[in-house]
Design a protein around this ligand. Structure first.
Ligand code: ASP
Length: 300
């Protein structure tokens, strides 16, 4: 029996990247680890959860440890995973857990629900055995202090205060899945839910493909960007689907980034923000890109 070519594509957030080398190293680790699982015949959802988990543990990325803080100084995190069969699990505004993506995975596997929020999500995590963990870093505290010094209008967060990590994979059975985890935006209101954990917005998968989005969550939600891109993949390859969606976002002056894979395993990526770190692995080779102006490829 033939098996499909496996592949994984990850992003480390769209916005402005201050430390491209650290982003590249973190992405490289996540991509290789996810790909390794795919080689060992893991299903796509396992691989994307594992890749995102590694990025959550790396304070360079805005998710898990190192998540951005609300005006109240809390790290309220969002994460979700979805596979092409429509199975979905998400948590939003979850606090005090090391790996929101693992809790999201448990929501998908162990409950009849799709999304748990706030206190309920934390209670579920504790019952599932996830111990209390403080994800707040000194860097996130410093960023919040900076925000208070210059909050601007207070309504439209600066791109420097964002980020997110995401992964999309195709396994040897040709099944796709996506996972996204976000520490949100510095200085947001407590209780604010971003796009990452919302089905069809920051995370979406279907028989034609899967995507993970990053950028200004409110705009991604309005556009239902994840679903829009995967819908396009019904009739076009991932690269074209993402490029068309990104041009539309550019026209609407939205700050977004997208990575995706279609059912044939071809990749798509794009962003309207100044920078985005992303990379993919297919045919046992890693391609890493730090799209920090000027664009440069880091390894190949
Ligand atoms: N999309 C995330 C949010 O709005 C942030 C980001 O990806 O930069 O919470």
């Amino acid at each position: 029996m033939f098996s499909s070519p496996i592949g994984i594509i990850c992003h480390g957030g769209a916005g402005t990247i201050k430390d491209p080398a650290a982003h590249a190293a973190g992405l490289d680790e996540a991509i290789r680890a996810g790909y390794q699982l795919l080689r060992q015949s893991a299903e796509a959802d396992k691989a994307v959860v594992h890749a995102v988990r590694l990025m959550e543990d790396n304070p360079v990325f805005n998710c898990g440890t190192g998540s951005k803080l609300t005006v109240g100084g809390r790290a309220e995190m969002d994460a979700a995973v979805m596979n092409q069969d429509g199975r979905f699990g998400g948590v939003c505004c979850i606090t005090g857990v090391k790996n929101p993506i693992l809790v999201a995975e448990r929501v998908m596997r162990d409950t009849d629900h799709l999304l748990l929020s706030g206190e309920g999500a934390v209670r579920f995590a504790r019952q599932a055995g996830f111990e209390e963990f403080d994800t707040v870093t000194d860097r996130a505290r410093a960023q919040l202090e900076e925000f208070f010094k210059d909050p601007g209008s207070g309504r439209f967060p600066k791109s420097a205060g964002r980020g997110t990590a995401g992964a999309v994979a195709i396994d040897r059975h040709g099944r796709v899945a996506a996972a996204t985890s976000s520490g949100g935006i510095t200085g947001r209101l407590p209780g604010r839910v971003g796009d990452s954990a919302l089905l069809g917005c920051g995370t979406f998968a279907g028989p034609s493909g899967a995507v993970s989005c990053t950028g200004h969550g409110e705009e991604i939600m309005r556009a239902m960007l994840g679903r829009e891109v995967v819908e396009k993949m019904r009739t076009m390859p991932a690269a074209v689907a993402v490029t068309l969606a990104i041009s539309e976002s550019k026209r609407r002056k939205q700050d977004v980034g997208v990575v995706g894979l279609d059912a044939r395993g071809t990749v798509g990526f794009g962003h309207t923000t100044p920078d985005m770190a992303w990379g993919y692995m297919v045919a046992d080779r890693v391609f890493l890109f730090n799209e920090v102006k000027p664009k440069r490829r880091v390894t190949g």
